[in-house]
Design a protein around this ligand. Structure first.
Ligand SMILES: [Zn+2]
Ligand SMILES: [Zn+2]
Length: 216
């Protein structure tokens, strides 16, 4: 089994609260770093073999004085400085700082037009590192044409059919439950359990098959 690729995905969600009493912008940030190991069969079916929470950080509200909301460069510099002081790793800065500063500036402009000055931008960031492996097939799960044989008929998230050999991609979890790829990836942004059996993907129940085939 070999690692064929590794990609970083940034799932960012931010909410804004208007805080009338303040005269500056501010942000708070929570970061979750997740490592996901996936296996892709030659026909494109995917198996989520392992998910691990690598790091979790929360930074309470940090104020951005109004003067630093004047332009993107100055704002980015200020936020990067906050990140450095809070000892966030360098790579999180590259990924997140430009996004926060853009959001903060556009928010201050939007609210400024209404005469509102203070706001709190809450950034909830999930960084997913995907490691792709190949050369792995569980023969019992595939037919002779290398098509995944789902046990279920439907995806329990959207209740639509899991089509065999169609354009819809199917992803299998450690617990052996199958879902549409897009449905399960959206689900995993909020929860890390299987929607069908509630098995924790970050701490799955031991399974003989998986254990013997996986390196974990
Ligand atoms: Zn679905
Ligand atoms: Zn399950």
């Amino acid at each position: 089994m070999e690692s064929i690729s590794s990609t970083w995905i940034l799932n960012n969600e931010s909410k804004t609260h208007v805080v009338n009493s303040k005269i500056s912008g501010s942000f708070s940030i929570s970061i979750r770093v997740v490592e996901r190991t996936l296996v892709r069969s030659p026909s494109g079916h995917e198996f989520l073999a392992k998910q691990k929470l690598v790091a979790e950080r929360n930074e309470a509200a940090v104020e951005i004085p109004y003067i630093f909301l004047a332009g993107e460069e100055i704002c980015r510099g200020y936020i990067a400085n906050v990140f450095t002081k809070a000892k966030f790793e360098g790579w999180t800065q590259h990924l997140i700082v430009p996004k926060i500063s853009r959001d903060a500036i556009s928010m201050s402009r939007r609210l400024g037009e209404k005469g509102i000055k203070g706001f709190l931008l809450e950034a909830d960031v999930e960084i997913v590192q995907e490691r792709w492996l190949d050369n792995w097939l569980n023969p019992r799960d595939y037919d002779s044409q290398d098509r995944l044989i789902p046990v279920e008929q439907d995806c329990t998230i959207c209740l639509e059919e899991l089509s065999l050999g169609g354009q819809t991609k199917i992803m299998k979890l450690c617990c052996s439950h199958n879902f549409h790829r897009d449905c399960i990836l959206t689900w995993l942004k909020r929860k890390h359990s299987c929607p069908t059996c509630r098995d924790d993907v970050q701490n799955p129940r031991p399974q003989k098959e998986v254990e013997s085939l996986m390196f974990c």
